[in-house]
Design a protein around this ligand. Structure first.
Ligand code: FUC
Length: 833
């Protein structure tokens, strides 16, 4: 090297060093401030210098990376339905952002607005007279909930960890194995291979973090718990190895809410552990298992305000004591068995395989996909990730999955990470039945049960109606009134939700469930609707027919006939009419099956005869979104509410209603192929129902390349989990659709929307309405064999390509449907499994 070169190199090196007195290195993790929630993605810096060319770890269904997460959107989620963590995977500085799914600010309140009932006739009159602006002002003044805002779901806090690692780190790898529900981190430092395994155990109710190393006595770490406000950490009295963080939340309104606690305990093999100052300090251990848990004094859905008899710190202590009594091997074995009980019900391979892509770290694989490289198995991974997320965020007894599942790092999260009921909450559960996770649907029914009483008060107070109502959002405290703005005056939330327990019945055929849980929910939602419907007066386009009023097509605005005035407020928006039809038809079917409530059934039937129909615009050939053929303010609006009839309901389909299906296609074409994450997921479902696998796949490609973060979370933006769940359901529907419309003969459509991009593949364990379990393989875009297991027996129609096959099944029987010599499917002998 010449002297000049040497000088230049020295200069360049020096210019990269911090100036004297100025340090750019972040402090060690335990000394950092807790997060203030301001930065968009919760950044994180690991002091270790990581470089890695590590090979892909073993495991078929992996998200994996060669560097620690630099922000929350790269961190990996674990959860047991109740407790969740985002694992950053730092070497010297590790961060676990923690959640407990009941941790909401606020409390129960009677929020119904008594002025609404008086204003209702006037609001309706104004809307029927096309005086929408005046109607908006009056509704804004007299119909909004009191208050009209809810409080946020909040983070539990963070666990900060420090480990040795200030030096060169090689062969770093972190991964999430969807099949085991375990996040692993491994790296080499000073000749020692360090490994961590982290998981959220449902059986033990704790988050487990296990630290091991290739050399004895090599594990040293420090760990503490923090929260931006409302909580303090301390050592657990009379313990040397446990810490507890306790506090009480405050809302944005300053009101004190529920109490919370998080606690951690270290179980070491060798070395020493202490807990001075609320920091767990482990030195020279052979291995360490950290157990972390959290609790609140939330009393349960629908059970009033915080329960002062519950002491969250004590609950945490009891949980940790129980978990500590089990050796690590037993904890991990119980977790894996519990996770796989759900996860392994469905397998999916989509080909052709792309070994190059599959061997890449997930972020690089996504980058390649964004550049247009085909990668069918990325869609299969995304599908299984969606199932993983539901298993991790919605378990029997837990809260339902909210807008972020249960992973949220702020005190005030986007849209409060609430339960949005004008699409998002419902979308979260579209995958539950078809992808073999029916039990995980139950938290939604628990939430619905808890809304019947407050929703009944709102129905009576605001509309003088029977039954129960929910508007466009709810929270952990039974909020059911209109929220946020006049677009919140949309009393169709309960009516839409009522589709869910009905579908749970359709998939299982469980009449006891239908009678005991579904029917009361459906009937109550329908009673509200029956009382809410009004006859459209003379002079309106649907004069003499029943319509909803007031009404919105969530959350789209239109120009009034003057072409200038913008409004969202109306009567009889098409989506409402479709939801009402769906609910009343389902109630008629359910009451017949149950042999119950004949008088009520007749009421439903009478209303159905008078309900305003879905209409096709003579001008555009599209499904009309409103009662008049108004022009949308945003033609590409993210909601496509007026296609509810196509999906999730089954009022429109290409075979039975070809004209409406064609109008739906035109509607979708006009809405375009761009949208938020969840919006694309819904559009994939629509195209799938139109049996257009190519268009469905195009939008799935947009979702994966444009609305998917490095950790495969869906982004609105920001992160919103509905898109993950909705697209998972859509992929299932590309492979299998089932309808049991009149609850007599289920119809199963095999490979209804298979795109050319997936010419070969196999799926097992998908569920179909009528109690069927379906597996299929295909090659060159055509079915090679399907096995259809019937749990309940009974007739079934199977559609494959152009063929329609009819079978009578016995309970427990498996049908095999395969191709004949010409490659077309035919019926073969029914066999018993
Ligand atoms: C609906 C959507 C928004 C967002 C919010 C949580 O209101 O219109 O895009 O997803 O829910």
């Amino acid at each position: 090297m010449t002297i000049a070169r040497l000088l230049l190199t020295l200069f360049l090196l020096a210019s990269q060093l911090p100036a004297a007195g100025q340090s750019t290195a972040p402090p060690p993790a335990c000394e950092r401030s807790p997060y203030d929630g301001k930065a968009e993605a919760m950044p994180w810096t690991d002091r270790a210098a990581v470089s890695s060319v590590a090979a892909r770890p073993a495991g078929r269904l992996l998200l994996w990376y060669r560097a620690p997460a630099r922000d929350w959107y790269q961190a990996l989620p674990i959860g047991n339905g109740r407790l969740g963590a985002m694992v950053f995977g730092g070497v010297a500085d590790e961060l676990l952002q923690l959640n407990e799914d009941t941790l909401w600010a606020g409390g129960p309140k009677d929020v119904a607005n008594p002025d609404a009932l008086k204003a209702l006739p006037e609001v309706r009159k104004l809307l029927f007279e096309d005086r929408n602006v005046e109607a908006t002002a009056l509704a804004d003044k007299s119909m909004m909930g009191r208050p009209s805002r809810i409080q946020s779901y909040q983070t539990l806090g963070e666990a900060y960890l420090e480990c040795p690692g200030l030096g060169a780190i090689t062969d770093y790898v972190r991964s999430l194995d969807l099949d085991t529900g375990i996040v692993s981190v491994a790296y080499t430092f000073e000749g020692v291979r360090y490994t961590r395994q982290l998981f959220a155990s449902a059986p033990a109710n704790v988050i487990v973090a296990r630290f091991t190393a290739s050399r004895r006595a090599a594990i040293s770490l420090k760990m503490t718990l923090k929260r931006l406000k409302d909580a303090m950490v301390a050592p657990v009295p009379a313990s040397h190895n446990a810490i507890v963080m306790s506090g009480q939340v405050t809302g944005t309104d300053g009101a004190k809410g529920m109490s919370l606690a998080a606690a951690a305990l270290a179980v070491n093999d060798g070395g020493r552990v202490s807990n001075a100052g609320g920091v767990i300090d482990v030195e020279g251990a052979n291995s360490v298992t950290l157990l972390i848990t959290g609790a609140t004094n939330y009393p349960g859905l629908g059970k009033g305000g915080p329960d002062t008899s519950i002491e969250p710190a004590r609950v945490c202590a009891a949980t940790l004591a129980k978990a500590t009594s089990r050796p690590y091997d037993a904890l991990v074995a119980a977790h894996v068995a519990d996770h796989q009980r759900y996860f392994r019900r469905v397998t999916l391979t989509l080909g052709p395989a792309n070994a190059g892509a599959e061997g890449l770290p997930t972020n690089e694989r996504l980058d390649r996909f964004r550049k247009g490289q085909p990668d069918p198995s990325l869609a299969a991974l995304y599908f299984q990730f969606g199932r993983y997320l539901l298993i991790a965020s919605s378990r029997p007894g837990s809260m339902p999955a909210n807008l972020q599942g249960l992973w949220a790092w702020k005190l005030e999260n986007p849209w409060n990470a609430d339960f949005h009921t004008n699409i998002n909450l419902q979308m979260n559960y579209w995958l539950a039945e078809p992808t073999g996770l029916a039990e995980l649907h139950v938290p939604l029914f628990d939430l619905m049960d808890s809304l019947v009483a407050p929703g009944g008060v709102t129905a009576k107070t605001q509309y003088g109606a029977r039954g129960w109502v929910v508007h466009h959002l709810t929270d952990a405290w039974g909020f059911t009134a209109p929220a946020d703005g006049v677009w919140g005056v949309w009393p169709m939330g309960a009516a839409w939700l009522a589709r869910h327990p009905w579908e749970h019945y359709l998939y299982s055929g469980d009449v006891t469930f239908l009678r005991e849980r579904a029917w009361p929910l459906m009937r109550g939602a329908a009673r509200f609707v029956l009382d809410f419907l009004v006859e459209a007066p003379a002079g309106t386009p649907v004069a003499g027919r029943l319509v909803t009023s007031p009404s919105h097509s969530p959350e789209n605005a239109f120009f009034m006939k003057d072409g200038i005035t913008k409004t969202m407020f109306t009567y009889g928006a098409t989506m409402d009419l479709e939801i009402v039809r769906d609910l009343l038809e389902n109630c008629v079917a359910a009451s017949r099956i149950l042999g119950l409530d004949a008088a009520f059934r007749e009421e439903c039937e009478a209303a159905l005869k008078r309900l305003a129909p879905i209409r096709i615009s003579p001008a555009s050939g599209r499904i009309m979104e409103w009662v008049e053929d108004y022009k949308e303010v945003e033609p590409h609006h993210r909601h496509t509410s007026h296609l509810y009839a196509l999906h999730p309901a089954s009022q429109i389909d290409p075979v039975r209603t070809p004209d409406l299906a064609e109008a739906a296609r035109k509607t979708l074409q006009a809405r375009g192929d761009e949208g938020t994450g969840w919006s694309l997921a819904w559009r994939i479902c629509f195209w799938t129902r139109l049996l257009d696998g190519e268009h469905a796949h195009l939008l799935l490609t947009h979702l994966l390349s444009g609305k998917t973060l490095d950790n495969l979370f869906d982004t609105h933006p920001p992160f919103q989990i509905d898109g993950n769940f909705g697209a998972t359901a859509a992929i299932a529907e590309m492979l299998l659709q089932s309808q049991w419309p009149d609850a007599s003969t289920p119809v199963l459509h095999l490979l209804p929307a298979l795109p050319r991009a997936w010419p070969m593949g196999s799926v097992s364990g998908l569920r179909a309405q009528g109690g069927f379990d379906v597996s299929a393989t295909w090659m060159d875009g055509a079915l090679t064999e399907a096995r259809i297991h019937s749990a309940r027996g009974g007739p079934v129609v199977v559609v494959v390509g152009a063929k329609t096959l009819r079978f009578d099944t016995k309970p427990g029987q498996t049908l095999t449907v395969g191709p004949d010599k010409s490659g077309r499917p035919q019926r073969s002998a029914a066999t018993t499994r």
